[in-house]
Design a protein around this ligand. Structure first.
Ligand code: CTP
Length: 413
């Protein structure tokens, strides 16, 4: 496919190099048209090298080829990223002062804007009106992501991640003109990894969770357009880019972080392996082996059930009821008293969450592996849904099911 990638003059222009790579690696022919201001952030040499095509931003280069007409006509897709307030205004009012804006007026194919700017600029009445104008003409304008902006400010205005823009662009080409990312505008909190419960300053009780599934879920939710908060207990993999990370260690710390994050989350996914018990006493000094006293016996006390508490709080808060989706995970083994699904069904009812993602665990299954096989149970009673493959594929299936529940299922009771 022939793609025109217009780059606006914003600091996020550097992220568009990754977007360009996604397009070229998928086999597309990309012509990059940076604005004059964009070249002050990322030079034309970068765009030429990464696209393998010459780059210009002037209608007066190669005049004999009438570039703006040719590029506009040939483009099967035009993507503008970062779409600055200035570019949105120019496109909305049909200005044609440079090669990019000329090309936009000549384009026949779908056009996607991926905005990035400071929150005040994005929320300004002028920008709102320009976005409305463009959308009313059938142009797709993504919602910017929420998070840290260039200065010390944060809020809506971050450029969506390159994978998000890529997915939106492909969906647009496939004819989904009203395409909205399934979790656009949603805040999703995901707990991941395994908690560690200290015994003394050097020892802890832990578990074998690697955090891979939680991280894959965070990536899938981010790519679905969500603002993602990752509550990271101990993980063997680094957290992904483009998500807010809250580091926790113990179940009690995770509880505190989860309850705080849930207050303004549309979705909470408890994929962390939370220790059910913690040592009743934590020694402030290292526990020594001694010959004159008996070996220590560790007494455990129960940790609070965070998932259950999240559900209780949501249900008792009235206003949030039906607006927040809570997803639990269950690692189950079957035994002589019942099979995996029967145990999972009972856990779904006990915990009261909306969806329960069930892993069938065995000696070598799940922990630390890159592949997984799950069944998603819904409290609404709909058919159990199976998903298997890499943790990335399984996560995509879980996130897409969550998107479906949010967009199609009526409020929970
Ligand atoms: N969970 C939690 N708080 C805990 C323990 C677990 O929020 N103290 C969450 C996990 O993150 C997971 C779900 O509850 O989403 C299921 O955890 P699991 O340990 O399988 O369930 P339990 O209720 O502990 O049941 P059992 O150990 O009896 O299987």
């Amino acid at each position: 496919m022939r793609i025109v990638l217009g780059v606006g003059g914003g600091i996020a222009a550097y992220k568009v190099a990754s977007l360009l790579r996604l397009f070229t690696e998928a086999g597309h022919h990309v012509t990059v048209i940076p604005t004059e201001a964009a070249t002050r952030f990322v030079g034309t040499a970068t765009w030429e090298a990464l696209s393998g095509n010459p780059v210009s931003n002037s209608v007066f280069d190669d005049v004999h080829q009438v570039n703006h007409v040719r590029l506009g006509h040939e483009a099967e897709l035009v993507v503008i990223a970062p779409a600055t307030a200035d570019l949105l205004a120019k496109a909305a009012t049909g200005q044609a002062g440079d090669l990019l804006t000329n090309t936009l007026l000549m384009a026949h194919g779908p056009v996607l804007f991926a905005p990035a700017m400071h929150t005040e600029m994005w929320q300004h009445a002028a920008t709102r009106a320009n976005v409305e104008t463009l959308r009313s003409r059938g142009v797709a304008v993504l919602e910017p992501a929420t998070g840290r902006l260039t200065g010390s400010d944060s809020g809506p205005g971050r450029l969506p991640e390159p994978e998000v823009i890529f997915d939106a662009a492909m969906a647009l080409v496939e004819g989904q003109s009203d395409y909205q990312l399934p979790l656009a505008g949603k805040t999703v909190t995901i707990s991941a990894g395994g908690t560690r419960e200290p015994l003394d300053p050097v020892r802890f009780l832990g578990n074998r969770s690697s955090g891979k599934q939680g991280v894959a879920l965070a990536v899938a939710a981010r790519n679905a357009g969500a603002t993602v908060r990752l509550l990271a207990a101990h993980m063997e993999v680094p957290p992904p880019a483009g998500v807010e990370v809250v580091q926790v260690e113990t179940a009690l710390q995770l509880r505190e972080a989860a309850l705080a994050a849930a207050a303004d989350s549309d979705v909470v996914i408890m994929s962390a392996a939370v220790a059910d018990f913690r040592p009743a006493e934590v020694s402030s000094t290292k526990i020594k082996k001694r010959d004159d006293t008996a070996d220590p016996v560790i007494t455990l006390v129960r940790n609070p059930d965070i998932l259950h508490e999240l559900v209780e709080r949501r249900n008792s808060s009235g206003s949030a009821e039906g607006e927040q989706l809570i997803v639990g995970f269950a690692a189950e083994t079957g035994d002589s008293h019942g099979d995996v699904l029967a145990y999972a069904e009972a856990k779904l009812q006990r915990k009261g969450c909306d969806l329960l993602v069930v892993n069938h665990v065995g000696a070598d299954k799940v922990f630390g592996q890159d592949t997984n096989s799950v069944v998603i149970l819904a409290r609404s009673g709909s058919e159990p849904q199976e998903a298997s493959g890499t943790k990335t594929q399984v996560s995509a299936a879980i996130i897409s099911r969550i998107g479906f529940e949010l967009n199609h299922v009526s409020p929970r009771t």
